[in-house]
Design a protein around this ligand. Structure first.
Ligand code: MOS
Length: 735
């Protein structure tokens, strides 16, 4: 099915099942610990041996020699695979670096070997006996120092945009602001580490893994191993968090496949946490300069956003300027990204890549500009709303209820009680402040296929290679099929995460919710046609409701269509150019109250509110969970998360969950989430958009702005830690 014109009324609009705050159908499996994650697929490979990955001990250079004799002779060892005996390997399309080093080493903890043994402990002990000699080379690890040598990225990354004449408009603006912000490297730090079990059957490989994008992983694994795609099957029914860290094939998958081939046994490999952070991808650090010019009344006349980030050769920029192209009005504008070559681990997507770090900078700058203008920050944002794409003024947004989000949020949060003068509000030992930031994230639609079966028992089974990375995919897909086929949710089974099923959108870029359910919608349309035909009814007028098919005055039990044999519908939702004609984005407003200890600078978040406009909310409970998770991650970005670069050695020092801090429950207060009641007929027949990334966008700036309001201290380098506040806190007075 091709989606080329705005959605009209369809069966989803009945909202008998879709739109209800249904509990997660995989919830009981998760809470009882019985959902099998990749490393726990014991039934699939009861005789699996254990692989242990050895990571490079240098960031850049060559492996001069590897002596495997002692490791091979260690107790229980079945195989040792290095670049010397791995055979010829290719590189996946989505990988920037190679997943097995040798002889070149491209980054610290790049895999140099996998040791396969009967037990994990034997593999780990043998790994300590592997002797690797390196020829080290000098590398570049410091973004600030490499900034001036940064280059314009590939045109496909759309590095530069320009409208009107920024320089002259900025020069002549009566009120101007120029600020530079930095965001650090960040780690996905998901609960479940990367893990895979590889099982070879002749020349066919099955990989039980933990991956967001099954089809990308399958293609890239085949390409890396140099075997036909049809000989590779990926199975990933449950994923313990991804956040972008599992979008692509990673080293443990290849090491499991190579280890299993060498050992002649199934092999399971997990990236032990201590090498995971330097071995895999991370969100790259940025340096961002923002300049804003405005009239005295607060209308933006000139806005510029420049961002510098780094990556491995052949890598991509962190697209931190994206939202600035679309969020605020302003006649004269420019954005620019520059990319430095760094020898740190590969940078890549992490939850809301681009907008998340981009808004961390932009939304402080907007707060600073509002202050210069002596304007309320909510009002300043509302005044500079735009109904069209400000870079392409003929192009409208499919929906844009940004101002509604701001107004409703301000009202609910009690914004009018905010003291605009910083450092004035005390509650015992706490300096109290509130802050606001805009939320913005684009909505991407992407093709997605599914197969839906009506079984002889009357049950509906959905099959698609879509993944559920903790987001609720199982549940919203079941809701979609139940709505379309007119059956209760309990009569639907959903099977996900297997490359044997039709290729879905996968989970990434907050496109999965809308796109994967739209694919299920398309398959259900096919199944409805097949069912009606089999029952001798006219499919055009048929109504599927209450377990019946009604048409032409007749009502037949749905199950009757499958009395003799199951009925199957399969289709793929594809998209025309609606997303080119209209700009599709999601909007929101974040409000945060913080307390800062007047003596110690300790920062506590006290209240959070997000108001979101993201099309139809398919399941308010799972959508809320997505947003509160994202808000929590935003607090991490504001206050804690920081991969510290050792600029001499070229690696992330705090490469485990002891040193890389993320919020825990005690750090997070009650969080309120409000969804505007809207549908977006441009997005798909589901009229839905993504929320999983919108929820993080802007949060960190709202926290930073609240800290400023509480203390009068403006911190432009994330994370905002107390050492950056302490020297500038207002003089102590008694509470
Ligand atoms: Mo997302 S960062 O594309 O998983």
């Amino acid at each position: 099915m091709k989606f080329t014109t705005p959605a009209t009324t369809n069966p989803i609009d009945r909202l008998k099942v879709v739109g209800k705050p249904t509990d997660r159908i995989d919830g009981p499996l998760k809470t009882t610990g019985t959902a099998p994650y990749a490393y726990e697929q014991h039934k699939a490979a009861p005789d699996a041996a254990y692989g242990y990955v050895v990571g490079a001990a240098i960031a850049k250079g060559r492996i001069a020699a590897i002596d495997t004799a002692a490791a091979k002779a260690a107790p229980g060892v079945l195989a040792v695979v290095t670049h010397e005996n791995a055979g010829k390997l290719g590189k996946g399309d989505k990988n920037t670096v190679r997943l097995l080093a040798g002889p070149e080493v491209q980054h610290y903890h790049q895999a140099v070997a996998v040791i396969v043994a009967e037990t994990f402990e034997q593999a780990r002990a043998a790994a300590a006996l592997l002797k690797v000699e390196y020829a080290k080379q000098a590398g570049v690890y410091d973004l600030e120092a490499a900034k001036n040598a940064a280059k314009k990225p590939d045109e496909k990354d759309k590095p530069d945009t320009k409208v009107g004449s920024f320089d002259s408009a900025y020069a002549s603006a009566p009120v101007k602001f120029d600020g530079t912000y930095t965001t650090p490297d960040q780690s996905h730090a998901m609960m479940e580490p990367h893990a895979s079990i590889a099982v070879w059957n002749g020349d066919k490989l099955t990989l039980y893994t933990s991956n967001q994008m099954i089809n990308w992983g399958k293609k890239d694994l085949a390409k890396t191993l140099g075997i036909p795609e049809q000989n590779v099957r990926l199975v990933s029914p449950y994923v313990g968090g991804g956040f972008g860290g599992k979008l692509f094939l990673r080293a443990e998958a290849l090491m499991a496949a190579l280890g299993a081939r060498a050992a002649g046994r199934p092999v399971k490999v997990t990236l032990q946490r201590a090498i995971m952070i330097n071995n895999t991808t991370h969100r790259p650090a940025t340096i961002q300069r923002i300049r804003i010019g405005a009239t005295r009344e607060g209308r933006i006349t000139a806005i510029a956003h420049e961002s510098w980030s780094g990556d491995q050769p052949g890598g991509q920029p962190e697209t931190a300027v994206m939202q600035t192209r679309l969020l605020y009005a302003g006649q004269h504008r420019m954005t620019r990204m520059r990319l430095a070559t760094l020898d740190l681990p590969e940078g890549n997507s992490m939850r809301a890549p681009g907008e998340a770090p981009g808004l961390m900078a932009l939304e402080i700058a907007i707060d600073e500009m509002a202050e210069k203008l002596k304007m309320d920050p909510v009002t300043f944002r509302i005044v500079n709303d735009t109904t069209v794409d400000p870079e392409k003024p003929g192009r409208k947004f499919s929906q844009r209820r940004f101002v509604d989000c701001m107004r409703m949020g301000a009202e609910r949060f009690g914004w009018n009680k905010r003291n605009p003068v910083p450092g004035q509000v005390r509650d015992g030992r706490w300096l109290v402040g509130i802050g606001v930031a805009s939320a913005f994230r684009n909505n991407i639609v992407t093709p997605s296929a599914a197969r839906v079966r009506l079984g002889r028992d009357g049950r509906i089974t959905v099959e698609t290679d879509m993944t559920d990375i903790g987001t609720g995919s199982y549940t919203i897909i079941a809701q979609t099929a139940a709505e379309m086929m007119g059956v209760p949710l309990e009569r639907v089974d959903v099977r996900l995460g297997d490359s044997a099923y039709p290729v879905s959108s996968g989970s990434g870029g907050q496109w999965g919710g809308n796109s994967s359910t739209a694919g299920v919608y398309a398959a259900c349309v096919k199944l409805r046609e097949a069912v009606a035909k089999k029952l001798g009814l006219d499919p055009a007028g048929a109504d599927f409701a209450d377990g019946q098919v009604r048409a032409g005055g007749k009502a037949v039990a749905l199950q009757d269509a499958a009395r003799d044999a199951e009925v199957v519908g399969e289709d793929k939702m594809e998209y025309g150019d609606l997303d080119k004609k209209f700009q599709q984005s999601t909007f929101g407003a974040h409000f945060v109250e913080v307390g800062v200890d007047a003596a110690t600078g300790e920062i506590r978040v006290r209240r959070m509110l997000a108001v979101c406009a993201a099309g139809r909310i398919l399941n308010p409970k799972s959508a809320r969970s997505q947003v509160i998770g994202a808000m929590t991650m935003g607090v991490g970005a504001a206050l804690m998360e920081d991969l510290v670069v050792d600029k001499r050695i070229g690696f992330f020092v705090n490469h485990d969950l002891a040193g890389y801090e993320v919020p825990v429950h005690a750090d997070i207060p009650h969080q309120e989430v409000v969804f505007l009641d809207e549908t977006d007929p441009i997005s798909s027949p589901m009229k839905a958009k993504g929320v999983g990334e919108l929820g993080i966008c802007g949060v960190a700036a709202a926290v930073a702005n609240a800290i400023y309001n509480a203390t009068g201290v403006r911190v432009r380098d994330y994370p905002v830690t107390l050492d950056k506040l302490l020297p500038k806190l207002p003089p102590l007075r008694s509470a």
